[in-house]
Design a protein. Sequence first.
Length: 80
Amino acid sequence: MENLVTSVLEPTIEPYHLPYQLQQVDNEPTSNLKSRLEQLEKRIVNEALVNHSSLRQAAKTLGIDHTTLVKKLQRWKRDR
């Protein structure tokens, strides 16, 4: 996100500024903001988990507490 803020010269960051992987969020008109944000959050968390060998490292990279990450993963697993 910091990279986008510094590299986008326009006053607003638009979806086309995002990396391709992040643009693949469900954009159907029936999707509400909450579900679309959760899809995006899951993709970002997944990417961090793939790129780090532990939950603690992934959480640190994401800028959240380890327990927050664990709770999110448990909630998403339960909601399947």
